[in-house]
Design a binder for this molecule. Structure first.
Ligand SMILES: Cc1cc2nc3c(=O)[nH]c(=O)nc-3n(C[C@H](O)[C@H](O)[C@H](O)COP(=O)(O)O)c2cc1C
Length: 191
């Protein structure tokens, strides 16, 4: 298999002219190299990028469950993937389950109304750090949330939100990637 140096801006040349190559080259691959692992230093760097993200009032309402391919944690997670993600996600070197701290423990009080917003931003930082390391990432929600929650038993107030597959992308046919226009982004929300 040919893996891709995912930090190179080869994916989206139109955007590459205007935005940073790390942003332009990022895409969510549907194939990961099942033979390549991530060294512990790279995994630690991804977690560093995640935890240094900004958050409302520096509340840091985020958490990760890292699972390296081949380890027991990985098998616990893979068991709950939906058929669609089970086709590609287990090949990634690492799967991260993400969690948001929404409520104060054992109350209905919000810990942070921005918990999911802040988690998403921390995930964005992790994905761009992956890109900078020449790795690829693919976020996904195609898993059995209730079953995974029974498996990982998040603490009260914490909620599983998504997963991130990180590893070495295998070269695949370039996909047609589409986005709404800049004009629409600025116009659509407003009356
Ligand atoms: C919160 C979230 C959930 C997603 N869920 C899935 C999923 O279940 N399966 C999947 O293949 N991709 C999933 N994706 C990836 C998106 O489909 C992808 O980011 C989008 O199509 C844009 O493509 P790109 O990342 O290559 O730019 C998800 C992405 C996010 C941010």
């Amino acid at each position: 298999v040919r893996t891709v140096d995912n930090s190179a801006a080869t994916v989206n040349p139109a955007a590459a002219a205007a935005i940073h190559p790390i942003l332009a080259a990022r895409f969510s691959p549907r194939r990961f190299d099942p033979t390549r692992a991530l060294d512990e230093e790279s995994i630690a760097t991804l977690v560093e990028a995640f935890r240094w993200a900004p958050s409302a009032g520096n509340s840091q309402p985020w958490g990760l469950f890292p699972a390296r391919r081949g380890e027991p944690e990985h098998r616990r997670i893979v068991a709950h993937l939906a058929p669609s993600s089970a086709r590609w996600a287990p090949d990634a070197a690492v799967l991260f389950v993400t969690a948001a701290h929404r409520q104060v423990e054992d109350t209905d009080l919000l810990y942070s109304e921005f918990a999911d917003y802040d988690l998403g931003q921390a995930v964005a930082h992790l994905t761009l750090q992956a890109q900078a390391l020449g790795l690829a990432s693919h976020q996904f929600r195609a898993f059995d949330l209730d079953a995974l929650a029974r498996e990982l038993r998040p603490r009260p107030g914490w909620h599983i939100v998504s997963m991130i597959a990180v590893g070495h992308a295998v070269e695949e046919e370039p996909q047609q990637r589409e986005r709404r226009s800049a004009a629409d982004v600025s116009a659509a929300p407003w009356t």
